[in-house]
Design a protein around this ligand. Structure first.
Ligand code: PHE
Length: 460
């Protein structure tokens, strides 16, 4: 079966594809506005804590489960002999469908911004509200984006996306670095940096903890089986721990650097960081404008082109998860599975497309369900999928790896490709996190959230 399913061409290929999955809108679009809403540096500190101390070991477990079984997330649990646990994989696949449904909408915004920048329309920032509620326009961009994603996935991930990622990711980083340096020269840059880097722990509450946890999982593509799926294409020569460390460092590094760019820009323009999902789209064009008509257009269009590519390597991984399930478990031909899934997910995304002003119903969705502070449909899907399902998935995957499949088996799998793992400090750390730290922390956050949301009891 594995020959037919395919395998990553090289060690670098896997790390790049997985880092490509991790690095995306989550780093450059979502992270800054989550920091903005979460009160600044306190959110950043929590996010870093969750990424390195909690998520990294869960990532190692996910990749190991995938590589051991060569199966999709649902099939993987079954292949290890625990059929009931395949529900965790199915939950993950469902969560991936939800995430892609709205992620694709935002990817369409970024893609459309590329054309706006090419034509020098920097004023788009002030008209962001009108732009995202123009359903025909952004709907078309979304449709194109989903089609390109499907096209790449139907051809197999390796050839197209691996190659593209090698060139595009470093280019994106170069532009961001240039923009960080430029940002530092602007008036009020320090105010932005202060907000971003000096923590005010009095701003820390359950909402912030919960958001930072969801963001850590989301930005690392964790908790829904994307890395079980990619892990299933990894060769036995691979050192899983080292790869996971590289993926985590790249992803966190890019998010942190994106913040260094955004916050000086936001404060320079006197915008205020709590703009929500529009933050990057509202803050950047005005800055590109100050670069002058030629450089502004060049940097602006390059930036949004590269952001679209970063999003593309993520949408590819999101689509690959349900596709691998249909191919492995339902024996569906790959092409058919790809176009069918992409079509369905596009349709599932239509309410999210309408949730940014086009339809009152979806834009004020929870208002119609009786909430005083209405949340739009797209944000709601994000709360459910990113902030609840992903950490829940992470909790279940940790418990599974530690107590059901068992640590010894996990260690055995990790040791293949990592001589000297058994008995090392790294092993002690990973086992400690998946057995105790992750279940306890994720369990407590879940409990506090249930108490708060459903019973109205606020402990922190
Ligand atoms: N990690 C991606 C990002 O930061 C989003 C993603 C989540 C991709 C879950 C795959 C799985 O943009």
């Amino acid at each position: 079966m594995s020959a037919q399913r395919g395998e990553f061409g090289s060690r670098l290929g896997f790390v790049l594809a997985a880092a490509g999955s991790a690095v995306g809108l989550g780093n450059i679009w979502k992270f800054p506005y989550e920091v903005g809403n979460g009160g600044g540096a306190a959110f950043v500190v929590l996010y870093l804590f969750f990424c390195f101390l909690l998520c990294f070991p869960v990532m190692v477990a996910e990749i190991s489960i995938g590589r051991k079984t060569n199966r999709n997330p649902a099939g993987a649990f079954e292949a290890l002999g625990y059929k009931k646990w395949s529900i965790v994989g199915k939950l993950g696949i469902f969560c991936g469908v939800l995430i892609l449904s709205y992620y694709n909408v935002v990817a369409g915004w970024a893609f459309g911004y590329f054309f706006e920048m090419v034509s020098g329309n920097f004023a788009i920032a002030e008209n962001f509200g009108a732009y995202v509620s123009d359903v025909t326009k952004v709907g078309l961009y979304g449709l194109i984006f989903m089609s390109v994603t499907a096209f790449i996935v139907s051809g197999g991930v390796q050839q197209g996306i691996e190659k593209a990622a090698k060139i595009l990711m470093p280019s994106l980083l170069t532009i961001i670095f240039f923009l960080v340096i430029y940002a530092m020269t602007l008036p009020n840059a320090m105010e932005g940096l202060k907000f971003y880097l000096v923590p005010d722990f009095s701003k820390m509450n359950l909402q912030v903890i919960y958001g930072a946890l969801g963001q850590a999982f989301f930005s690392l593509s964790l908790g829904m089986g994307a890395l079980i799926t990619y892990g299933s294409y990894v060769s036995k020569k691979e050192n899983i721990v080292q790869s996971a460390a590289l993926i985590t460092l790249t992803d966190v590094g890019i998010a942190v650097v994106a913040g260094l760019m955004i916050f000086p820009f936001v404060f320079y323009q006197g915008l205020g960081p709590q703009q929500g999902p529009g933050l990057v789209f509202v803050a950047l064009p005005g800055v590109f404008e100050t670069l002058g008509p030629v450089l502004g257009v060049v940097i602006g269009s390059l930036f949004f082109m590269l952001l679209s590519f970063a999003a593309l390597t993520s949408t590819v991984s999101l689509l690959e998860v349900p596709v691998s399930y249909l191919v492995d478990e339902k024996n569906m031909a790959r092409k058919k599975a790809v176009w069918l899934t992409a079509g369905v997910i596009f349709l599932v995304g239509i309410p999210s497309l309408l949730a940014n002003g086009a339809s009152d119903f979806f834009s004020q969705f929870t208002g119609f369900l009786g909430s005083d502070t209405p949340t739009d449909f797209m944000t709601l899907v994000g709360y459910i999928a990113n902030d609840s399902f992903l950490p829940l998935g992470g909790l279940l995957i940790s418990v599974f790896a530690a107590y059901i499949w068992k640590k010894e088996n996990l260690s055995k799998e990790i040791s293949i490709g990592y001589e000297g793992y058994e008995g090392s400090f790294v092993q002690t750390f990973i086992n400690f996190v998946i057995s105790y730290l992750a279940p306890v922390v994720l369990g407590i956050v879940a409990l506090l959230t249930i108490l708060n949301r459903f019973l109205g009891i606020t402990l922190i």
